[in-house]
Design a protein around this ligand. Structure first.
Ligand code: SF4
Length: 400
């Protein structure tokens, strides 16, 4: 019964992919690459006795290189691409005054929830795939071309904060040129398991660097793993594109905490309203208020988990008794670690990342180009509504 009603698809896809990863690593015909989600760097250390909120970016890379991956890449690079595409989509909608508010679409838990319970809002979801899928699509096209490798031989693995990402990777829409964009998905816990199975002690490994050409991300890509991070990363680029000026940190820092935050910013004489929500209960409350016309926004970030991806269901967990408290509390420490990692970066906006500029200059053209749409944009499906999750709202299109 739980499998039928799970609104995120997570329970349906609960499976271990560790065996598949070992088999791929042992296959000499496969070129095995791995991408690490933004939040992993702030959570994996806990599985090796390190304090909550320890940043282990370089140690994760070192462990993956010792496990034998051909290339170790950063999914934050995919997040930077998402900012470019989703930001361009938002500016386009803003200029046309249509399908607003735009909802972020990088959380498969939220996307599946909307597909089950908010059919009328599906045209409002950004059409951009999540960083995991954007990265996967690039691995079988751009990277294959750059490295001169047959894309059929590339086996793309991702390490992710949640089980819903396994569901997302197997969606029929997530196919590129007849291939799955992402072949296997490890949760943070599964990644910790295979590192332990290999006898590596993460804590004592040196820091190593990601590989090129998809290993460098801006600070914007890194904060995708923290609550409010997707909105903040997108606004940094959108604001600069619309005004020609950098957004002041004080303007966006207010959306970093709590489960429901609002922000108003005047851009070119127009007051724009933004909202950030974490947790599907909070999301339902907000969506119903939007549909009743009680609140109006231009851009809304929804993440299914408390604290965002740092509090995801695939992250290290604690005793059953402490679980809820720890996930939320740990989420704050882990999220702060990601914001510190952003501060330590020399580049804080996706559009200033030189590797992103190279990608668009040499391969994609511009955001929302024909190639970008083919590789990164998707469609959504109306799925059956289970249970009584909805209030009695009329089905209607949003018009503002
Ligand atoms: Fe997965 Fe939760 Fe992050 Fe959504 S918020 S992508 S369900 S970890």
């Amino acid at each position: 019964q739980c499998i039928l009603v799970c609104p995120t698809g997570a329970l349906h896809e609960q499976r271990q992919d560790t065996e598949m990863v070992w088999e791929a690593l042992a296959d000499p015909d496969k070129h095995v690459i791995i991408q690490t989600a933004p939040s992993i760097r702030a959570t994996l250390g806990e599985m090796f006795g390190m304090p909550i909120g320890s940043l282990v970016t370089g140690k994760v890379v070192a462990a993956l290189k010792r496990l034998g991956f051909d290339k170790v890449f950063d999914d934050c690079f995919g997040a930077d691409v998402v900012v470019m595409e989703e930001g361009a989509e938002f500016i386009h909608r803003l200029k046309e005054g249509q399908r607003l508010p735009q909802f972020t679409s990088c959380c498969p838990g939220w996307v599946k929830f909307a597909e089950n319970y908010y059919h009328e809002l599906l045209p409002h979801l950004s059409t951009v795939r999540s960083p995991q899928q954007v990265f996967g699509a690039l691995s079988k096209t751009y990277y294959a071309e750059q490295a001169g490798i047959d894309p059929e031989k590339i086996f793309c693995i991702s390490t992710m904060p949640c089980i819903a990402k396994k569901f997302e990777a197997r969606r029929p829409e997530m196919v590129v040129n007849g291939m799955r964009a992402v072949d296997a998905v490890l949760t943070t816990r599964e990644l910790g398991q295979i590192i332990k199975q290999a006898g590596l002690d993460l804590k004592n490994l040196p820091d190593e660097e990601y590989d090129e050409p998809m290993g460098y991300a801006s600070g914007a890509g890194v904060i995708f793993g923290a609550g409010g991070g997707v909105m903040e990363a997108t606004l940094r680029t959108v604001y600069e594109k619309l005004t020609g000026e950098k957004m002041k940190p004080i303007q966006y820092k207010s959306i970093r905490s709590d489960s429901y935050r609002e922000l108003e910013i005047e851009i070119n004489g127009e007051l724009l309203r933004f909202a950030v929500v974490r947790g599907l209960g909070n999301a339902r409350h907000l969506l119903d208020r939007i549909l009743k016309g009680e609140v109006e926004y231009h851009l809304v970030e929804i993440m299914a988990c408390p604290g965002g991806c740092v509090g995801g269901g695939g992250q290290p967990i604690y005793s059953h008794k402490d679980r809820w408290y720890m996930q939320v509390d740990a989420g704050n420490h882990r999220g702060n670690a990601l914001f510190k990692a952003d501060e330590a970066k020399e580049i804080h906006t996706a559009h200033e990342n030189p590797w992103i500029q190279k990608l668009y200059r040499e391969y994609l053209g511009e955001p929302m180009s024909e190639r970008s749409r083919q590789l990164f944009h998707t469609t959504y499906t109306k799925r059956p509504m289970y249970g009584r999750m909805r209030h009695n709202l009329e089905e209607k299109q949003l018009v503002y």
